[in-house]
Write a protein that binds this ligand. Sequence first.
Ligand code: ADP
Ligand code: ASP
Ligand code: MG
Length: 440
Amino acid sequence: MKVLKFGGTSVGTPERMKEVSRLVTQDGEQKLVVLSAMSGTTNSLVEISQYLYGGNKAGADDVINRLRTKYYAHVPELLSKKENQDELQKFLEDKFNYLQSFYIDNFTEKEEKIILAQGELISTYMVTCYLKEQGIKTALLPALDFMKTNADAEPDMQFIADKAAAQLKAVPGMQIYITQGFICRNVQGDIDNLQRGGSDYTASILGAAIKADEIQIWTDIDGMHNNDPRVVDKTQPVRHLHFEEAAELAYFGAKILHPTCIQPAKAANISVRLLNTMEPTAPGTLIDNRSEPGRIAAVAAKDKITAIKIKSSRMLLAHGFLKKVFEVFETYRTSIDMICTSEVGVSMSIDNTKHLEEIVAELKKYGTVTVDSGMCIVCVVGDMVWENLGFESRAMDALADIPVRMISYGGSNYNISFLIRESDKKAALQRLSDVLFNNK
Ligand code: ADP
Ligand code: ASP
Ligand code: MG
């Protein structure tokens, strides 16, 4: 069985939901379909929670009422039989009343997580109603019964595999199984989620759990592009990527895939295909364990990066210095993206600045500390085995006119990364596209 995930834009209107239904049923094969919330809904639910943290019930009411009007209008657009419309209408009324039950004084993260889960609960119910009305044998599997994270907030793969198999077995012979992306239960059993954009992760985890034939991520663009299509013109889809290349690109900003999504598929060696709902016959991008020798595949960029440099003459010829530095980041649960060292100093980049002040204060014990914020990591991905000739110089030539703060190469066989100013990002991405892919 294949696992197919459709993102927010793919289920963004009743029309799109019908198109998704057509896409998943046309070949008659059994499928497990993972859906996001309708586009914009999770953002609205975040907004509602923000109001409720601040005790602003009128603000929350405003957003809920706008959502309610939008969803109620979808009922007759999606379903044609009166009894089906009534059933969906009742479901939606209950959901919106439920959202309004969170107007409480002590609003916590626990309530926020419940609110954020409603988008996927609603979209999957809607698509299930539509498929059933079309006479398709469809079962809606509640993700909250089998998607579970452990004490480290990582997916509990054994639990998920056992429970998902049991759920599928409990309703045999269906053509389509639908479930919610993004949402899960945490180790306490409370409703939680896999972070924004996490539906891709759900699909990959489930694909690995049920040993799927393939994991498909359907979105609104024709596969992974060789550069960010929102920033650079003349980008082209990349037809094939190695798991590692895709993981680097996702981590370094190619928003088409959630950064965590590759790992479960790679571990289970299940190929991932990125496909376009707007153009279903386009080939998209295939991600698997084959690499293409000597090829530079793509470029991606990650914003809002902070660079921290520690200079210390004590580092010269000393051992244990890096350990002390890393322990500071460990204490504040802050992960390091890039690192460059010399005999007298070390530079690191982080994207989470929640504990920046504390980290800097601690690091000052070991040397002089400098912080540069507003930086951006530009990552060039491809077959970058060190024996291959020439690609580092091509990437560096492209960035000849741009001040580069750090360069990291050799950490993996698949990337070379540059830390530059965020204000230089567009120029850097455009130059890299021109030089690496458009032969300018
Ligand atoms: P979905 O709702 O389907 O999950 P997202 O909005 O999360 O969709 O992500 C898909 C978007 O990611 C695309 O519309 C595209 O603009 C953007 N994107 C960013 N970088 C890339 C890239 N390298 N290749 C393709 N798309 C990219
Ligand atoms: N609906 C969630 C979000 O918007 C998850 C997802 O779409 O992947 O972040
Ligand atoms: Mg997404």
